[in-house]
Design a protein around this ligand. Sequence first.
Ligand SMILES: [Cu+2]
Length: 168
Amino acid sequence: MDSSKGVLWGVAAVAVVALILAGFTLTQGGLATPTSVQPTKRTIYMIAAEPKGGTTVDQEPFPTTPLPSGGGYILKAPDDTGRWEVSTYRWDPSLIVVHQGDEVTLQVLGVNGALHPARIEGYNLSFEVKRGQLSTVSFVADKVGTFQILCSAHQPSMTGWLVVLPRQ
Ligand SMILES: [Cu+2]
């Protein structure tokens, strides 16, 4: 190999290392940027829902183990035709994750159930969700931690979680 080719290979090697380092730096910066720059406005669309299932006693026997009380679980005994049903009240989504300082708006649609008296513990926020109506809950996520989103009419299953992560 003559000396000019050796220099070219050396330059090429340095360039490759530089590109790898630049790429690594960009990736690290890219991951850190969304949470470190500015508090962000977050709108989260939720529903108050009641997933339901059912069958008939000739297919599956009616369960003999009762479900927890509190209104969140409903087990309907077999009717005249032998059909029985099970359902549960839920927030969907039930896990909300934001960063400290974010301006959060929950838009909660009542799909199932006439009324859901709800609150977010630790944030001193109360609201109601009615079937067919969109309830708006707006707040600044100024407290870091994990907070329950509770419907007092449908426990224990209608419990969601607000997770506020520290901003770095
Ligand atoms: Cu409810």
